[in-house]
Write a protein that binds this ligand. Structure first.
Ligand SMILES: Nc1ncnc2c1ncn2[C@@H]1O[C@H](COP(=O)(O)OP(=O)(O)OP(=O)(O)O)[C@@H](O)[C@H]1O
Length: 269
């Protein structure tokens, strides 16, 4: 990379999509999406079941090919970035975790340090410190030596989040990071993500109120009957408004203000 290209990469948005199309089977889930995610922004991906949040996140992560257009990370097409480098640029935390082997929670988190391992694949004590720090941040350090197959759903979810944090990437792609979590842990994860200085987060969520607490921006899917759904992107309070929420979810959402914060309640049927 020459000096001009290096400067271009520095000025480029962390993530951008250019005419992005995403399909699953015969369904077109995203069509012509032009979107930019800046450094330090936290985006909520919202929309009804099956609208394409997971498929879009996996495409952004470079795990699925785009049907049209491109995803860029730091100004470069994601498909042209090698696996190891990609793992230093974005962390991916899926919705489901399949644990085939008897690994401890610490092992699972340490695995996310592999992109930084030396030539022989060895990690150093600094990696262990980062892994323990991430387990602590996610309130699961006391489970570090426990077999992940024996963890509860919420504990496993927090270990997965710790693994994503320990990857120390500028971008985190999280598929329903608050699934399985009790309310105090949902709020703790919310504050944790909001406190990640300079790192950007894209997370699919089902709770509009959590998005309002936790995020700076929203990408909301408005389903369409006859063509690909339309994804509205923008600052949180421009996108999460009653009109758009009703179009997205098909039911009226009533704004309620409590202690200067706005929340949404579904209107009685
Ligand atoms: N490989 C596939 N073949 C056919 N259809 C698929 C495939 N993968 C996903 N789909 C369909 O694509 C749609 C989008 O799925 P996706 O998991 O992205 O939705 P989602 O918005 O994350 O849903 P949820 O809120 O329920 O988690 C669904 O209707 C799903 O059945």
């Amino acid at each position: 990379m020459n000096a001009g290209q290096a400067q271009g990469a520095k000025d480029a948005p962390l993530l951008s999509t250019h005419g992005l199309g995403v399909t699953a089977g015969h369904r077109r889930l995203v069509d012509g999406l032009d979107w930019r995610v800046g450094r330090g922004e936290r985006w909520a991906l919202l929309g009804p079941n099956g609208c394409g949040k997971t498929t879009l996140l996996r495409t952004l992560a470079g795990l699925l090919p785009a049907a049209a257009g491109e995803v860029h990370l730091g100004g470069r097409p994601v498909g042209r970035i090698g696996t190891r480098e990609l793992a230093t640029l974005r962390a991916w935390c899926p919705q489901h975790h399949h644990d085939a082997f008897a690994l401890s929670a610490l092992d699972v988190v340490l695995a996310s340090r592999q992109p930084y391992a030396g030539r022989m694949g060895w990690l150093d004590p600094g990696d262990e410190d980062i892994a323990h720090g991430a387990l602590r941040q996610c309130d699961v350090e006391h489970l570090a030596s426990q077999d992940v197959r024996s963890l509860s759903g919420g504990e496993r979810q927090r270990v997965a989040l710790a693994a994503a944090l320990a990857q120390t990437t500028p971008l985190l792609l999280l598929d329903e990071p608050t699934a399985h979590l009790d309310v105090p842990h949902q709020l703790a994860v919310c504050s944790l993500l909001a406190g990640l200085d300079g790192r950007s987060v894209l997370m699919s969520l089902h709770d509009v109120n959590l998005a309002l607490r936790c995020c700076t921006h929203a990408l909301l899917c408005l389903p369409a009957e006859t063509r690909a759904p339309r994804w509205l992107a923008g600052p949180l309070h421009e996108v999460l408004i009653p009109e758009y929420l009703q179009r997205a979810y098909g039911s009226r959402m009533l704004p309620v203000t409590l202690e200067a914060h706005t929340y949404y309640l579904p209107a009685p049927q």
